[in-house]
Design a protein around this ligand. Structure first.
Ligand SMILES: CC(C)[C@@](O)(CC(=O)O)C(=O)O
Ligand code: SF4
Length: 428
C-alpha cells in the first residue's frame, strides 16, 4: 500500500483509513470494517446473547464472517463453577453452530494465543472483548478492547464505530542494563504519565531500545498500554516481527507501509534514555504507583506469581529458572508458575524447568489466567502480600480486598521468591 493523500499519517490513521475505505485523520468518527474479533469465556456469553438479540427478527442468525472470529477459554479454566461450565457449554455450542474457531480449555490466555496462532497481522484492525487486546499492537496492528455489547454488534455486522485517536509517542533509546527488562520500562512509562496519561490515545513505542526487543518483550509493552489509558499500544513491524509472523503465517509478506510517516503529527511525545533504568515495581493499589525497586526492597512477600498475558511466555519463565538455578523457594513463600499457553508450556517442559521448579518447592500450573484476576486458585488472603508479573494490582485484584499486590518483571519476581521479600535482581 502507499500513502496517496497529501498529509503525513500516523499508523493509526493509516489503519483506520484502510478499515473505513476513505482517508481519515485523528478526531474523525468512522464506521470501520473489523479484520479480527476475539472473545473469551468471561465476556463472550454476554456478546453471544447480544448477538442473538440483534438478530431476533432475522430468519438466518449467522455472524458476519466466522473465519474472522476467535473464541478462547482462558479465565475460568478448567470450569471452576457451574456458572463457568454453563458459559463454556454455551460458547462451544455457539462456536459449533456458527463455524467459529474455539480454543478450548488449556490452549492458553487469549492474548498469547491470538498472536502465537497467527491471528494478527500488521495493519489489522482487531477488537477483543478484553481490555488487554491492545497487546497485539506489538505486531503493528491497531487492536483494542471493546465491551460485550460492541462485540455483539461486530458479530452481527463486522463493523464498529470509532473516533480515530490521536497518537502519543514514546521513544526509548539505549541498552537496558542487566536484569532490567521491557516490563521495567513499561512500568516506568506508566508511572511517568499516569494511569490516564494516554487516555483514548494510540500509544506508539519506538526507538533503539524497542527495536532491540524480542517479540515476547514487545508484547509485554503493548499489553500494558491500557494501563496508561491507551486505546492501542503499537510497535511498528520490522524484521523481528517478520521473522515471528513467517513462522506462523506462511503467506505473510512484510509491507513497509504500516508505519507512521516521518512527519506524522503527535499529540504528545515522551523520550527516555534507559541506560541507567533500575528495576521498577508497581505498588498497591494502582499500576501507576511505580517505584524503583530500591524504594520497596525488603517488603515481605507471601506469594510470587509468574505468568499472565503480560509475562507468561517461555522467555519470561526462562529468566526465572536461570536466576533461581537449583536454589529453593524461600520458606513460607508460594511460587506459582503459569505458562501463558500450551505452546509456551511445552517449551518450559522441554527445557526441564518444570522439574527444576518442583524441586525448588514451586508449582507449575496449566495455562490459564489463574490468580491474575482473582480467579479460581492462588487467591491472596487478608493481609497477604503478592508479587506478580501480571499487569494489574487494584485492591482485591488477586483475592482479598485486604491483600496487597505488587507488579514486577520476572527477574524481580525470581529474586523475591528466593529471599521471601521484594529484592533487586541485580543483587542475586
Ligand atoms: C478481569 C478479566 C476478565 C480481565 O481480563 C478483563 C479485562 O482486562 O478486560 C482483566 O484482566 O481485568
Ligand atoms: S492473564 Fe490477567 S490480564 Fe491477561 S487476560 Fe487473563 S485476567 Fe486479563
Amino acid at each position: 500500500m502507499s500513502n496517496t493523500n497529501d498529509h503525513p499519517m500516523t499508523i493509526s490513521e493509516k489503519i483506520f483509513s484502510k478499515a473505513s475505505g476513505k482517508t481519515v485523520e485523528a478526531g474523525d468518527f468512522v464506521l470501520a470494517n473489523i479484520d479480527r474479533a476475539m472473545t473469551h469465556d468471561i465476556t463472550g456469553p454476554l456478546a453471544v446473547d447480544g448477538f442473538y438479540d440483534i438478530m431476533r427478527d432475522k430468519d438466518e442468525k449467522k455472524v458476519w464472517d466466522p473465519s474472522k472470529i476467535v473464541i478462547v477459554f482462558d479465565h475460568q479454566v478448567p470450569a471452576d463453577s457451574l456458572n463457568a461450565s454453563a458459559n463454556h457449554i454455551m460458547l462451544r455450542k455457539f462456536a459449533k453452530e456458527q463455524g467459529i474457531l474455539n480454543y478450548d480449555v488449556y490452549e492458553g490466555v487469549c492474548h498469547q494465543v491470538m498472536p502465537e496462532m497467527g491471528h494478527v497481522r500488521p495493519g489489522d484492525l482487531i477488537v477483543g472483548s478484553d481490555s488487554h487486546t491492545c497487546a497485539y499492537g506489538s505486531l503493528g496492528a491497531f487492536s483494542t478492547g471493546v465491551g460485550s455489547t460492541d462485540m455483539a454488534a461486530v458479530f452481527a455486522s463486522g463493523k464498529l464505530w470509532f473516533r480515530v485517536p490521536e497518537t502519543i509517542r514514546f521513544e526509548a533509546n539505549g541498552k537496558l542494563p542487566k536484569h532490567v527488562y521491557s516490563k521495567d520500562l513499561i512500568l516506568h512509562m506508566i508511572g511517568d504519565v499516569g494511569a490516564e496519561g494516554a487516555r483514548y490515545m494510540a500509544a506508539e513505542y519506538a526507538g533503539s531500545t524497542i527495536e532491540g526487543l524480542t517479540m515476547s518483550e514487545r508484547m509485554t509493552i503493548s499489553n500494558m498500554a491500557i494501563e496508561m489509558g491507551g486505546k492501542a499500544g503499537i510497535i511498528e513491524a520490522d524484521k523481528t516481527t517478520e521473522a515471528y509472523l513467517k513462522e506462523r503465517i506462511p503467506d505473510y509478506e512484510f509491507d513497509p507501509y504500516w508505519k507512521s510517516d516521518e512527519d506524522a503529527e503527535y499529540a504528545e511525545f515522551h523520550d527516555y534514555d534507559v541506560s541507567d533504568l533500575e528495576p521498577q515495581v508497581a505498588c498497591p493499589h494502582n499500576v501507576d504507583n511505580v517505584k524503583p525497586v530500591s524504594e520497596v526492597e525488603g517488603t515481605k512477600v507471601d506469594q510470587v506469581f509468574v505468568g499472565s498475558c503480560t509475562n507468561g511466555r517461555f522467555e519470561d519463565i526462562k529468566i526465572v529458572a536461570e536466576m533461581m538455578g537449583d536454589e529453593p523457594v524461600a520458606k513460607d513463600v508460594r511460587l506459582l508458575i503459569i505458562p501463558a499457553s500450551r505452546t509456551e508450556y511445552m517449551k518450559v517442559l522441554r527445557a526441564g524447568y518444570v522439574e527444576q521448579f518442583m524441586e525448588a518447592g514451586a508449582i507449575v500450573e496449566a495455562p490459564c489466567c489463574g490468580p491474575c484476576m482473582g480467579g479460581s486458585f492462588g487467591l491472596l488472603g487478608d493481609g497477604e502480600v503478592g508479587l506478580a508479573t501480571s499487569n494489574r494490582n487494584f485492591k482485591g485484584r488477586e483475592g482479598s480486598p485486604e491483600s496487597f499486590v505488587y507488579l514486577s518483571s520476572p527477574a524481580t519476581a525470581a529474586a523475591s521468591a528466593l529471599t521471601g521479600e521484594i529484592t533487586d535482581p541485580r543483587k542475586i
